[in-house]
Ligand binder design. Structure first.
Ligand code: ADP
Ligand code: MG
Ligand code: ZN
Length: 399
């Protein structure tokens, strides 16, 4: 029997506001454990949260950039669960009235060719939880509340993703949008972008989706890809052996490339959601939405079209250039200095990217400037230095 894979993603992104969502503590990554904490984010009785307006603005920008409708009347809800990383024993989130609804992100259709829309069911605002750290020496689990109350957006897709490659591209496209909008740095290695991956399989031609499982907090593209492939395969084997897939939460072990059952899936009712009585309704007015719409810079999809048209670049190159805002800006600035767009692209996507990957750093971490790159390309064009000498020059000027 042939099977189709069905996948829906819940992507969490930490917003790059200076302060937390309901208090004035810093959102900076790292720091002494429990140094970015106050009585509000530590959940002391009698304290009152106040919404950081920036968080609402960032959520609206993200919604507009992903073709969502913006909810005018917003409420926060309490999601109750008991785990030491959450000092209040509830997380402030949005269940009933999420701030953005019914959007989409366009990706390549890996099954039928062309492009397709991955629908976004909703985007809601919530607070992050703290971190539990196991201390080997004392054999205790310690808790660090610095991350408690860092603002998060949860971006929930419909189950429109049909394979691991589509899932990876979807997250790449989302990351580019979030970075272009300036709402998150999306550093996956620091956990500021992570995905819960829901997977099911169904026989080709079946009318209904199969039962899904969920793997939480996956924080690299490679892990997202491998987790989906391995879980779809596992489910097919269960079904082929005459068994049934059970709805559950599983843990993806990226080191060993296997997953294991963690717990049976919890439903919304398990969390006993109710409207948070401490927070007022937030009204997002039309004028403010329009103002925010105007503040969104040119998005990756539009930039890509412009690169094809104005610079005559191939689709493949343009697609790589708009992957991140730094690279796109760098390209445009260098080309504006008179360097041939295709030469700039070849250097940026070739040798420069190679060095960045080797050193695991970003363009902004280097000493390379559009001026220096344009100057070097000019020297090569004038045949004052060879292409190979150019590579040596690059090594000299990049750090
Ligand atoms: P819940 O509230 O139980 O988490 P949701 O309806 O919010 O359920 O869905 C959570 C995620 O699971 C969404 O991203 C959705 O696209 C995905 N999903 C739902 N049904 C399936 C399915 N049959 N196979 C794969 N993913 C699914
Ligand atoms: Mg969910
Ligand atoms: Zn605080």
């Amino acid at each position: 029997m042939e099977y189709n894979t069905v996948c829906g993603l819940e992507v969490h992104t930490e917003l790059s506001t200076k302060t937390k969502i309901f208090c004035n503590c810093s959102t900076a990554f790292g720091g002494e454990p429990n140094s970015h904490v106050c009585e509000i984010c530590a959940g002391m009785p009698g304290t009152l949260p106040v919404v950081n307006e920036r968080v609402v603005e960032y959520a609206v920008r993200t919604g507009l950039a992903t073709n969502c409708t913006i909810t005018r009347y917003n409420k926060f809800d309490r999601k109750n669960y008991f785990y030491p990383d959450l000092p209040k024993a509830y997380q402030i989130s949005q269940l009933y009235l999420p701030i953005c609804q019914n959007g989409y992100v366009e990706i390549t259709d890996q099954i039928n060719g062309g492009t397709k829309k991955v629908r976004i069911k909703e985007i809601h605002m919530e607070e992050d939880a703290g971190k539990l750290v196991h201390d080997e020496w004392s054999d205790c689990t310690l808790v660090n509340y610095n991350r408690c109350g860092v603002p998060l957006l949860e971006i929930v897709s419909e189950p429109d993703i049909a394979c691991a490659d589509e899932a990876v591209e979807y997250v790449e496209k989302l990351r580019a949008i979030l970075q272009f909008c300036g709402v998150s740095d999306c550093k996956m290695q620091e956990g500021s972008l992570r995905a819960d991956v829901n997977v099911s399989v169904m026989p080709v031609g079946a009318a209904e989706y199969g039962t899904r499982t969920e793997m939480k907090n996956i924080n690299s593209f490679r892990a997202i890809h491998n987790a989906i492939e391995s879980e779809a395969q596992r489910q097919i084997e269960v079904i082929e052996d005459g068994g049934a897939v059970t709805q559950e939460t599983r843990r993806w072990d990226d080191v060993h490339g296997v997953n294991e059952v963690l717990r049976s899936k919890e439903d919304a009712q398990d969390y006993r959601y109710f409207p948070d009585p401490d927070l007022l309704t937030i009204v997002v007015d039309e004028e403010h939405v329009e103002e925010l719409r105007r503040s969104i810079p040119e998005l990756p999809v539009h930039r890509l079209q412009r690169y094809l048209k104005d610079y005559g670049l191939p689709y493949f190159d343009s697609n790589l250039l708009v992957e991140n805002v730094d690279k796109a800006e760098f390209f445009e600035k260098t080309a504006a200095l008179g360097a041939a767009p295709k030469s700039v692209t070849n250097w940026l996507l070739g040798d420069v990217t190679k060095v960045l990957n080797e050193k695991n750093c970003l363009l902004s971490d280097t000493k390379l400037t559009p001026e220096k790159l344009a100057e070097m390309i000019a020297l090569i064009d004038k045949k004052e230095i060879s292409n190979n000498a150019g590579k040596t020059v690059l090594d000299e000027i990049i750090f």
